[in-house]
Design a protein around this ligand. Structure first.
Ligand code: GLN
Length: 483
């Protein structure tokens, strides 16, 4: 039962082969049995899940239908869930029970999705390995000695290990696509403004975007359908109609123009990954796509710009966690300054503290023009590169990551080494573009992802290409041994 995709679950529920309650019980038991190896959940919500499953079964018995009605999912633990701990992977929020549901959580619940729990993540979504969580590192089900990617590593490991079919995640610089690549999943970062950020604890507000992590493009379409849409509570939400993402999955790729940036194949890319990317290009050519070499000349500046802008926004967003308004409060403070200092010093882990310091520095008088303003100018150049490229091509294709999942702890002493691994993903966040990562093969038994980027609001095109690719390849069907 645990091997089913969301699409298969929807068919099974519609055909009354099993109930949502039965399926929910099977998956909860599986999580209890297997998750101790992975540490992919921070909280399990058994009672809520069973209640939602029974309600979904009752709605179906009353003639309602819908692909998400009775479908088990989990939320990354930065989506606020009313009355349930929403920790953001931090000691700071260990005892925080959100007073309301995030829009994404409310929308999915209204569509009948069943919440099994809240998944582990890098603290405040800062990281690419899921090692900065206060609740401990998450393990990659493909090799328990390796990281699952981050920051949505909990959602990725849980879905990859078939503990559940799909989960929500967020992507500020790659945190949906990179863990998807590291765990053999399909993950989609939507256009900035497509999915509401209301009730999603902010890391870098101008970059953060929620989206689906699942095994197939078909399932990403189903989950995105439930997440996307205008929300008047989010001032950056965009009032554009939401297309039927499942309806366009079958479109032909004949004549689709795919751009491959020459900068992608530089020395930093593992040659074995480069070869798998070439294979996926050939596969898409067989399906009718036309390949064109393009250039993204400012790509090399994207990492330094991102690692100024994201910490700058984070230093501002995280100022609310002061032990007074929100967050952990130290014992017996001597005075207000002591209260702030010790509450923040105890509540935030080292990576979060590093980012706050970098961000506050970049924003401070005297350095603002040299760092923050400069980074914003680079951001515009990165966006312009994409706009030029999309005049000529429909899709941009390349690797999701330069290397496969590294060993736990391998990059702990050198944060910049981990930042460099974001080279292919962060440009889409800087430009606000949608991107998908899909399975493309294995290197040393570890999964590799291919990334597709598209113009604004072309999530349907991305899912269509990924689905057609998946109809003709079987990488996405491979299961990690032991799960
Ligand atoms: N690795 C990037 C960072 O640490 C991206 C994280 C994310 O997308 N949330 O900032």
């Amino acid at each position: 039962m645990h091997q089913m995709t969301l699409a298969e679950i929807a068919r099974g529920l519609a055909d009354k082969k099993f109930s949502s309650e039965e399926l929910t019980k099977v998956l909860l038991a599986r999580i209890t049995q297997l998750d101790p190896q992975l540490n992919s959940f921070i909280s399990l919500t058994e009672e809520l899940a069973l209640e939602q499953a029974k309600a979904a079964d009752a709605r179906r018995a009353n003639g309602e239908s819908g692909a998400l009605l009775g479908a088990p999912i989990a939320h990354k633990d930065l989506f606020c869930t009313q009355g349930i701990r929403t920790s953001c992977g931090s000691k700071m929020l260990d005892n925080f029970k959100a007073p309301y549901d995030a829009t994404v959580v409310a929308k999915l619940a209204a569509a009948g999705a069943v919440t099994l729990g809240k998944t582990n993540m890098d603290e405040f979504a800062m990281g690419s390995a899921n090692e900065s969580s206060w609740y401990g590192a998450v393990k990659n089900p493909w090799n328990l000695e390796h990281v699952p990617g981050g920051s949505s590593g909990g959602s990725a490991a849980a879905v990859a290990a078939r503990l559940l079919p799909a989960a929500t995640a967020t992507d500020t610089g790659g945190s949906i696509r990179q863990p998807a690549a590291f765990t053999n999943l399909t993950g989609l970062k939507p256009t900035y403004g497509r999915v509401s950020r209301w009730g999603m604890i902010a890391y870098a507000s101008s970059l953060d975007q929620g989206g689906p992590l699942a095994r197939t493009a078909e399932d990403c379409a189903i989950l995105l359908q439930g997440m996307a849409g205008f929300d008047q509570n989010d001032s950056t939400s965009i009032d554009e109609p939401v297309p039927d993402y499942s309806a366009s999955l079958g479109d032909s790729l004949q004549g689709l123009r795919i751009g491959v940036p020459k900068e992608y194949f530089s020395a930093g890319l593992d040659p074995r990954i480069a070869e798998l990317i070439q294979n996926s290009i050939q596969q898409l050519q067989k399906l009718g796509a036309v390949i064109k070499e393009i250039s993204l000349p400012n790509m090399q500046h994207a990492i330094p710009a991102y690692y100024v802008i994201a910490p700058a926004e984070a230093s501002s967003n995280l100022s609310r966690f002061d032990g007074v308004r929100f967050g952990h409060r130290c014992e017996n403070p001597e005075n207000l300054i002591d209260l702030y200092k010790r509450s923040r010093g105890e509540g935030f882990g080292p990576e979060v503290q590093r980012r706050i310091m970098v961000g506050a520095y970049a924003l401070s008088a005297g350095y603002y023009d040299a760092y923050y303003l400069k980074a914003q100018k680079i951001r515009r150049l990165v966006k312009n590169d994409f706009m030029t490229a999309f005049n000529e091509v429909d899709i941009i294709l390349g690797p999701t990551t330069p290397n496969p999942a590294w060993k736990l702890g391998a990059k702990n002493s050198d944060p910049v080494a981990a930042y460099l691994e974001d080279v292919y993903t962060i440009t889409a966040n800087l430009a606000g573009l949608p991107g998908v990562s899909m399975p493309a093969g294995f290197v040393d038994g570890l999964p590799v992802g291919v990334q597709l980027l598209a113009p604004y609001f072309q999530e349907g095109r991305l899912l269509n290409v990924a689905h057609q690719y998946q109809l003709n390849t079987d990488w996405h069907t491979r299961t990690p041994t032991g799960f």
